[in-house]
Design a protein around this ligand. Structure first.
Ligand SMILES: Nc1nc2c(c(=O)[nH]1)N[C@H]1C(S)=C(S)[C@@H](COP(=O)(O)O)O[C@H]1N2
Ligand SMILES: [Mo]
Length: 509
């Protein structure tokens, strides 16, 4: 009995190892061709796209920025369970196990071809995975069966044969997987492109409260610390020389710009705070940067939109992902742009290299298309963007919000003179006019504000506080330049952004 169990788990192991070899070989080929078509990743991406919105929001809330790692891990785990079954089947009859492996590989193959913007060659990683996986399964099953047969006669060489085959394949899988990973990250490394100076520069950037209030968010978010939110599991590899941006749809004439065309146009520089609709009250999906780009209206004017019936800008990225933006808001005089620079350098791959849209005052999912290649003038009735199909709002202005950065929730603070501080934002609603802090449910006290970098940018704030020993609750709310007070009414991020007041508890000792 025990012997049977040992044999069974050995065969399951054979299935798992063979599958890992296939996955690794596919990952290597994907690294060389299209990283997004790597078998496990492409299945993960498909799962992201098919996941119902409530479940996706739950996963983001549970796992935060680890949601993608959890997803890839779950897909891998599921595959390996089936791989173990394939190994057991192969023991009965090789063809059964092989058939299950082929079915397993058919899933990423179909998913790769089904991706928006997929090329036929994207099926290659899955094909290679199939060949490598089957070859490994055949080799392992053969040497294992030989070892089984030899077991009674206790012939050493065949047992050693299994070990040699397994070790060789294990090492090969690790090497191929590692190489694929390295090649993909090497190809998607940040390339810095020289950018001209702005023709319409932003005012000198004021010194914030960074040094005066320890623990407060920097007045400007460093690019490497800037939150990243997108549906991708790999970064797109875009060659700036071949890249173009096309404006089409209901326009007088379709126009296409190269990267150099954009750089030759007047460039504006603006300080703008970006916010994700998935940001929870007190959350970290918000960042502030200095952007350099071409005015969106300059680009639209060159295509001619005076007579357009469009009410929507439908932006498409290099892979066919779509983001909608209300045309009326994007062209109402705000500093909407196609940005090519962030914080004094060209965009990083994470944040949309070589170009992305930035529209102050609208959540990123309805404005900030990264890796943009096309802007189509159309109507909401005619065409639906990625998140519109998933029932998110189409008209989604950023809600007034404020966050406590210091002290941290549930932290212990030394009794005596200290400071409560954070940031608040009300992009394109006159900016932040006033921030108020409430201690232990008492009266709202006016906090001191840091300098302003314009109404599309967040503001730092702080309140000196003499902390008495014990447990205290701290709350914050903001008022915008139009006199509106941040609402206490709690809403979830879906479908148009969270609202409510952040209240934290700290211990003073
Ligand atoms: N191509 C593409 N652009 C995208 C997204 C995406 O998934 N794909 N996500 C959007 C969302 S939801 C947000 S909040 C912003 C985030 O921009 P960042 O990652 O540079 O902070 O990008 C937007 N642009
Ligand atoms: Mo977002």
């Amino acid at each position: 009995m025990r012997n049977r169990l040992v044999h069974a788990s050995a065969h399951a192991g054979v299935g798992i190892l063979a599958t890992l070899v296939g996955i690794a070989a596919g990952h290597l080929v994907a690294g060389l061709t299209e990283p997004a078509a790597s078998p496990v990743l492409v299945v993960g991406s498909t799962v992201i796209d098919l996941t119902p919105t409530p479940l996706k929001e739950w996963a983001i809330a549970q796992f935060g920025t680890h949601d993608k790692a959890v997803l890839v891990g779950s897909v891998l785990l599921g595959v390996l369970v089936l791989a173990a079954v394939a190994g057991l089947l192969a023991r009965r009859r090789f063809a059964y196990g092989a058939a299950l492996l082929l079915v397993l590989v058919a899933v990423p193959a179909v998913a790769a071809l089904d991706r928006p913007g997929a090329a036929t060659s994207d099926v290659l990683p899955s094909l290679v995975a199939a060949v490598a996986g089957l070859a490994a399964l055949a080799w392992l099953t053969r040497s294992h069966t030989a070892a089984d047969r030899g077991a009674d006669g206790a012939t050493g060489p065949s047992r050693r044969g299994v070990l040699v085959a397994a070790t060789t394949l294990g090492v090969a899988a690790a090497a191929m997987g590692g190489a694929g990973r390295w090649i993909a990250s090497y190809r998607s490394r940040t390339t810095v492109v020289d950018l001209p100076a702005a023709t319409d520069p932003a005012p000198a950037f004021p010194a914030g409260l960074d040094d005066r209030v320890p623990g407060i968010s920097g007045f400007r978010t460093a690019t490497d610390d800037f939150y990243r939110v997108d549906t991708r599991l790999t970064l797109p590899i875009v060659d700036v020389d071949g890249w173009t941006l096309t404006i089409d749809g209901d326009v007088d004439r379709e126009v296409t710009f190269t990267f150099d065309d954009l750089l030759a146009m007047p460039l504006v520089e603006r300080d703008i705070t970006l916010t994700c609709v998935s940001n929870e009250v007190g959350g970290t999906y918000v960042g502030s940067a200095r952007w350099l780009g071409v005015r969106l209206t300059d680009l639209l004017d060159s295509a001619g939109i005076d007579g357009t019936r469009a009410d929507q800008l439908l932006s498409t990225d290099v892979d066919g992902m779509t983001i909608s933006t209300p045309l009326a808001l994007a062209t109402d005089g705000r500093d909407a742009m196609i940005a090519v620079g962030m914080n004094g350098r060209s965009l990083t791959r994470e944040h949309g290299f070589p170009a992305r849209m930035v529209v102050p005052g609208l959540y990123g999912f309805v404005s900030a298309c990264k890796w943009i290649t096309r802007i189509t003038l159309t109507t909401y009735a005619e065409q639906e963007a990625y998140w519109t199909r998933r029932d998110w709002a189409t008209d989604a202005p950023i809600k007034i919000s404020s966050r406590i950065d210091t002290p941290r929730p549930l932290s212990t603070v030394d009794a005596g003179r200290t400071v409560i501080g954070g940031v608040a934002w009300a992009q394109h609603q006159g900016g932040i006019e006033r921030v108020e802090v409430r201690v232990d449910g008492g009266p709202w006290q006016q906090a001191r504000l840091g300098p302003t970098a314009g109404s599309d940018y967040w503001r730092q704030w702080y309140l000196p506080w003499t902390a008495e020993p014990g447990r205290h609750s701290l709350a914050v709310r903001a008022l915008d330049g139009e006199g509106e007070v941040q609402t206490a009414a709690r809403t979830a991020p879906f479908p148009a952004g969270s609202s409510g007041i952040q209240e934290i508890v700290v211990n003073v000792a």
